[in-house]
Write a protein that binds this ligand. Structure first.
Ligand code: SF4
Length: 291
């Protein structure tokens, strides 16, 4: 088998920066509680926990027993920021600059009287955080098919997206919204807050689908951008498996396939990618030896 690696995959600069900041704090002996998982990758979280970093899954500052809290790359809402300040806690803010841009866009739109529609997963921490900057004027819509759109919309609408959505899905969302509700909307402002790092990884995965007949996507099962890479690969007609670790690879997946693509989400560390590639090589050698 030939193994082809995507030209762009793995840790984006936002995640790398967040992990580096956490490692630096741990190296300095700072006891830190992170408000949620630093990145959506259980292996990276486990590595950080070994250095004494605590994760508080509910992403609130209430009950934190360390002097320092860390805001993850996904960011938090405005009330959480104020709560941290009120409690006098030290902050390591690793919010990614793309997420900060989305939060600023949400706040600016809300302050100008727009109701902010966020196209994203309502359970995702980034989306919850951005919603917290909409000054109570935010709505989250999960799908471009608009099933969860309320019957009535205010006349002034601002539209932004979860940073990791594909440009194609965001464009489809905006176009469907316009078609469905142009009779209710007098003014619409669309702010493109999509993340360059993610779109570059998506383009690299799309290019890779030209050269392979099987795709392995590596990354946390809870990582939205990793799941999007798998969806994109499948949409291009390639048999695709999403794995978190090398141990999940099944030798029978590779039977009859020659060109294997490997790609990974923005929260996937190099060690996970390398372990998957090594396991595919091992599966290939075992298959050759039994022929
Ligand atoms: S995927 Fe994009 S938005 Fe998310 S942390 Fe990385 S650079 Fe930032």
């Amino acid at each position: 088998m030939n193994i082809h690696r995507a030209s762009d995959m793995g840790f984006c600069f936002g995640v790398r920066r967040a992990v580096d900041m956490m490692k630096e704090a741990a190296a300095n002996g700072t006891r830190v509680t992170t408000l949620g998982q630093v990145v959506h990758n259980p292996q990276v979280v486990a590595e950080l926990q070994k250095t004494g970093i605590t994760v508080k899954e509910d992403r609130s500052a209430e009950g934190v027993d360390t002097e320092t809290v860390a805001i993850t790359a996904h960011g938090v809402g405005e009330t959480v920021v104020r709560d941290i300040e009120d409690r006098g806690l030290q902050v390591i803010d690793t919010t990614c600059q793309f997420v900060s841009r989305s939060q600023r866009a949400a706040r600016n739109l809300a302050e100008r009287g727009f109701t902010v529609i966020i196209f994203g997963d309502p359970t995702h921490p980034e989306v919850k955080g951005v919603l917290g900057w909409c000054r109570g004027r935010g709505i989250v819509i999960k799908n471009e098919s608009l099933e969860d759109l309320p019957d009535y919309l205010p006349a002034k609408i601002g539209v932004i997206s979860q940073t990791t959505h594909t440009p194609e899905r965001f464009a489809a969302f905006v176009s469907n919204l316009m078609r469905a509700r142009i009779d209710q909307i007098t003014e619409i402002r669309v702010v493109n807050v999509l993340c360059n790092a993610t779109t570059s990884q998506q383009a690299a995965t799309r290019d890779l689908t030209e050269d392979v007949d099987l795709m392995i996507v590596v990354g946390g099962h809870n990582s939205a951008n990793t799941r999007h890479l798998a969806e994109l690969s499948r949409a291009n007609g390639i048999e695709t498996y999403h794995v978190e670790t090398a141990e999940e690879l099944e030798p029978q997946w590779f039977e009859g396939h020659e060109d294997i693509g490997v790609t990974a989400g923005a929260s996937t560390p190099d060690f996970s990618i390398d372990a998957v590639v090594a396991r595919i090589e091992e599966i290939d050698q075992l298959a050759s030896a039994t022929v």
